[in-house]
Design a protein around this ligand. Sequence first.
Ligand code: PLP
Length: 401
Amino acid sequence: MKNFNPADNIQDLQYFGEFGGVNPSISDSSTYTFLSAKTMFDTFEGNMEGCYLYSRHSSPSNLYLDKALAAMEGTETANVSASGMGAITPTLLQLCGSGDHIVSSRTIYGGTYAFLKNFTPRLGIKTTFVDITKLAVVEAAITTETKVLYCETVSNPLLEVADIEGLSKIAKKHNLMLVIDNTFSPLSVSPAKLGADIVIHSLTKYINGSSDTVGGVTCASQEFIDSLKNVNSGASMLLGPTMDSLRSASVMKNLRTLHIRMKQHSHNAMYLAERFEKDGLKTVYPGLKSHPSHEIYKTMINPEYGFGGMMTLDVGTLEKANALMELMQAKNLGYLAVSLGFYKTLFSAPGTSTSSEIPMEEQIEMGLTDGLIRFSIGLDNDIERTYQSMKACMMELNVLK
Ligand code: PLP
């Protein structure tokens, strides 16, 4: 673990394009030729290394990005997909069928929550939602039908932190697959090194970092990825959430600057979180000592990438939250928009946006309050200048005195 550095692993990959280009060539084809019919048959059967059949299965460009993301997470291999949900849903459907059970964190991305709560029951898959920070509660929810333990390293939107090593011990004891969505904490946390079996990302967020596409990835063992891509029974192959080759080439280019961006996102978020907490605002950021999981998170992170760029502020009421977000956008401090990992700060009120799939009474139970604003802090060069401008907005609206 000590010698594992995800950014070095990305740096150490070497590619040559078809004509000696410094970027790998993009494979702009949906289908591939064979010189012999026998090779085509063997490729269909999954017996031919290095041969391509059809781009829904794999393409050279997607395999380059798979390899880079597997290197980043320290897994044997990976499979990119057209969106984060395009990674999450086939992964869970590959692991579970009718009669199976999932234990999931109750604070997860609203789309994943809706998939587990509303969609998978149609297929006979049940989910119990738990407070993932309480290991005894997690273990108590496991039944003989349970196949998967599911959570996010840092949860959306409440920024709860999962004790991955603790969860991995429980998963191993009960023979479960531990699936971790690491979207909020790429580079900072390496879940597979802490015992996760499968690591998922929405590439849409930090990894691509330019809010110009959606994308996803499942990082896992060769055996699991082969099962996802199996032509007869693989959920990724059969449901078809394939990433386009042109897009995977562009995500790959952005991946190369991820380490620089994460350091700046973390630096800026830490700066603002410390300031706003001192000003008396209810601030949640895993880098703050006041965060309930600060100590455990400190032991989990690759420290040079920091505590990440996500922060929440509770300004009391939805009206105040909406007014503040509109004013901050008008003052060009960021955008009132969902998603995260952009160079500009993005802010939204999760209760009415990304977590609106979660029923109101459950939002209250998990502490998702009306006045909560989720910030994805940008790459601002002068963060003190940003702090002063944000504070001025808060004073104008009496959020701060
Ligand atoms: N996981 C997390 C933590 C997310 O925040 C999101 C999207 O907001 C997703 C998964 C879904 O990813 P996508 O929108 O790329 O399908």
